[in-house]
Design a protein around this ligand. Sequence first.
Ligand code: AMP
Ligand code: TRP
Length: 348
Amino acid sequence: MSEPVQTPQTKFTPRIFSGIQPSGGLTLGNYLGALKRFVEKQDEGIETIYCMVDLHAITVWQDPEKLRQQTREGAAAFIAAGIDPARSILFNQSQVSAHAELGWIFNCVARMGWMGRMTQWKDKAGKNAEAASLGLFAYPSLMAADILAYQATMVPVGEDQKQHLELTRDIAIKFNNDFKVDFFPVVDPIIEGAATRVMSLRDGTKKMSKSDPSDQSRINLTDDSDMIAAKIRKAKTDPEPLPETVDGLKDRPEAKNLVNIYAALSGQSVDQVVAEYAGAQFGSFKPKLAELAVAKLSPITTEMNRLMQDPAEIDRILGQGADRAEAIARPIVDKVYDIVGMIRSRGR
Ligand code: AMP
Ligand code: TRP
């Protein structure tokens, strides 16, 4: 067991929780911003809980068969990237009802105004918010429940999730104040490394996303080596050579993105990459980047494909993970019902 965290919340054991939506195939953004770092945390020996958040995915329409397939594929990607289901807890959200239960209670703690300020809500609902699902609006409160059902203290995510984690903190603080308890930890977001925001290969001002209509905008973890190389070759750039200093990447979003990806994949700092390629043309940098991306990603793709041959085994792993997750979350959520004032008399 690890030592309690040395923050104001000394009573909480360090525990990491994070989730990924099975709403499409995973991208290089998910790999560098999330998966790769999930593995590092596991290997640091902290207790790690990772979840395919299928209840989040259905806040927008999902074809049921595809959703199941993508959930298995996501789980396969976790394992292929280095998550060991014996050391980390790996499961899908809907198998542990504590998430939905605590999500409801948090719907009654969080305020409409808080949700309305979420930029992801505004982006996803677009101009026609009236037609968006109620679940899409309430999504951040379910996310808070995911984390707090385990009293998790640390949450590794990409930059785009920062605002949702601030809301998770607000919900924890309001719950603790409303009920005069010190029950939920105030979580620390872990947003670190060179690739906390991997951008589209077609537009350096937009996030690389599994939901972008253009497949050329992203590298999928299922892409083969030729596709990866072709997408990098065609990636948008400007006509200038690579700069001599990191400062020179300012106002060059596409160049900056490719350098960041190179740094994150190679484990070097952005400074080191800039120093190595100072003055190089993209014509010579891109093939190096493609070579590096293929070297890092293709073993993962191969292993994912192998694991996907046995969906029953993936389901078994998710089921066992769910049992372990349930064992942690159940007593926590039972205690929440008690704090809130619900009668719990079954089986007495
Ligand atoms: P999602 O695919 O939206 O469920 O995101 C799962 C995780 O991947 C979250 O921690 C995100 O912050 C992270 N992520 C998604 N897209 C990117 C990106 N383009 N760059 C960095 N991290 C990302
Ligand atoms: N909202 C996150 C995303 O879209 C996914 C997510 C759901 C999550 N629950 C979480 C991430 C809990 C971290 C912790 O990327």
